[in-house]
Structure formats: structure tokens, C-alpha cells
Ligand binder design. Structure first.
Ligand SMILES: [Ca+2]
Ligand SMILES: [Ca+2]
Length: 273
């Protein structure tokens, strides 16, 4: 069926083609006149149609080129004050100013607190002690050089500083000596001569009954043995307070109160070679 239809259409188009060729091939007659007899050609142009409705709005055009620069505007109003700026870098040191006048004296300060700088305080304290000992030693040596007594076994030295019995005992002890202990007539004679020649009235010697009333002993804790040289009527232990012994310029002994202060005699053993 399609092939048959195709044949009919081909025949029809061949017919039109031949008619047109016929119209164009005749140079002596206008084509319209010749072909007007053929009803298969289009008719004449019709009248103008009515004006159509307004179309829809077109699309936005492209951005145009930049315009020329406008004139300078007027000066605007003053703005608000700005925030404070950051601190600048430290400036260079200024020149030294003139010395000011002296101020009024300050009030008396409060008492200082106890220093807690332990070891320094201890060192300074020890230095003070050492200096005091040194001064005392120098004074001691000067006095020793000024006068000293001796026997075959001992040196005797009168310390011309007023001290109680205990202080005198310590004074001799720290110098490797001891309060003088006259254990026989010869030793007592040397000491008494020393005292009287020094213009003294009395001195402490190393005898006491502090441990047991009435039982006198030497400073080295040995008891009196075969020798003593009590003044007549002594010891009488007045008021029960006389437990230490002094030697008078006569060489006689008297028990007296230990807290009294007076000069005293130290003795030092001679070292045997
Ligand atoms: Ca006594
Ligand atoms: Ca007495």
C-alpha cells in the first residue's frame, strides 16, 4: 500500500514540476496569464491584519558603560569623637631633676619584729660573742703580763674584775684554769702576798660549801684535807647564806655570800715537760 501511495504522490509532484517548467519556458507570455488557468497555484495576497496586542515586557538590557565622574560634593557634618588610641611605647629617660629640699623628720618607728633570717642572725650573734671573748682575752693577757705569781707547780693570777663566785669560777674555767685552791701553807702564802701587794682587801678563792653546809671543798670538788687558814671565828655561815670563801689580804679565809662581787684569783697548772 505504501509503495502504491508513493507512486501516486510521485506522479502528482512530477505533474506540477512539468507545469512550472512549461510556464517558465514560454518567453512570450507572462507566467501569471499562462498559469492562471491552473487552479493548483496560491491565490493573491490578502488584506493587512488587525494590529496585534502589546507584547510582554522585554528582558533587562546589559549594564551600560560607566558614566563620567560627577562634581565634588559639599563637606559633610563632623563625625563623633573616635575611641582612645593604644598606649604608645615607653619614651627615653628624662634628664635628672634638681635636688629637692629636705623634708621634715619622720616619727619614731615601731619596734621591729623578730628577725627570721635565722642563720645570718646566728652568725652575727656568734661573731659578737667571739669578738667579746677576744677583747676579754686581750685584757686578760695584758693583766697577766703586768703581774703574775708562780710556784713550782702553778701560776696564780688575780683577775681585777668584780664578779660573783660562779662568774669567777667560769672565767677561770674557760681559760683552762680554776679558782685558786691553796692546799698548803706555801701556796697560801704566795697568794696572800700577791693580794696584799696588789693593794686589795679580799678576793674569791676556790673553796665553798655549796653542796653540803659546813663541808667545805675545793673548786675541783676535792675536800679540804690537812690544810685550811680560817680567820678566827670563821666560818660562821652568817644567816645561813655564806657558802663561798674569800681570802683577806692577811691570807686568812672567811666564808661569805656567793652573790657578792669582787676580784678573784685563778690558778693554772704548769705543764710538765
Ligand atoms: Ca656555809
Ligand atoms: Ca663568814
Amino acid at each position: 500500500m505504501k509503495k502504491q501511495l508513493w507512486k501516486h504522490e510521485s506522479f502528482f509532484l512530477l505533474l506540477i514540476f512539468q507545469v512550472q517548467i512549461f510556464c517558465l519556458e514560454d518567453d512570450n507570455q507572462p507566467a501569471a496569464e499562462i498559469c492562471s488557468t491552473h487552479t493548483i497555484l496560491p491565490g493573491p495576497k490578502g488584506d493587512d491584519g488587525k494590529k496585534g496586542d502589546q507584547g510582554e515586557m522585554g528582558k533587562q538590557g546589559k549594564v551600560g558603560p560607566a558614566g563620567t565622574k560627577g562634581d565634588k560634593g559639599e563637606i559633610g557634618d563632623m563625625g563623633d569623637q573616635g575611641m582612645m588610641g593604644k598606649i604608645g611605647p615607653i619614651g627615653r629617660k628624662g634628664d635628672k631633676g634638681l635636688k629637692g629640699s629636705s623634708g621634715l623628720s619622720g616619727g619614731k618607728g615601731k619596734a621591729g619584729a623578730v628577725c627570721d633570717c635565722g642563720k645570718y642572725r646566728k652568725v652575727v650573734g656568734q661573731l659578737d660573742i667571739n669578738v667579746a671573748r677576744l677583747k676579754s682575752s686581750i685584757k686578760f693577757v695584758k693583766n697577766v703580763l703586768a703581774g703574775i705569781r708562780e710556784t713550782e707547780e702553778k701560776y696564780y693570777y688575780i683577775v681585777q674584775e668584780e664578779k660573783s663566785y660562779k662568774e669567777a669560777f667560769t672565767h677561770c674555767r674557760i681559760r683552762d684554769g680554776i679558782l685558786a685552791m691553796p692546799k698548803d701553807e706555801a701556796a697560801n702564802a704566795v697568794i696572800s702576798d700577791y693580794v696584799s701587794k696588789s693593794g686589795l682587801f679580799r678576793v674569791f678563792i676556790g673553796v665553798n660549801d655549796m653542796e653540803k653546809e659546813g663541808q667545805f671543798m675545793y673548786a675541783d670538788r676535792t675536800p679540804l684535807q690537812n690544810y685550811s687558814n680560817w680567820k678566827e671565828g670563821e666560818p660562821q655561815d652568817t644567816s645561813g647564806q655564806e657558802d663561798c670563801v674569800e681570802m683577806l689580804s692577811t691570807g686568812k679565809w672567811n666564808d661569805t655570800e656567793c652573790h657578792l662581787t669582787m676580784y678573784f684569783v685563778c690558778e693554772f697548772p704548769k705543764r710538765r715537760e
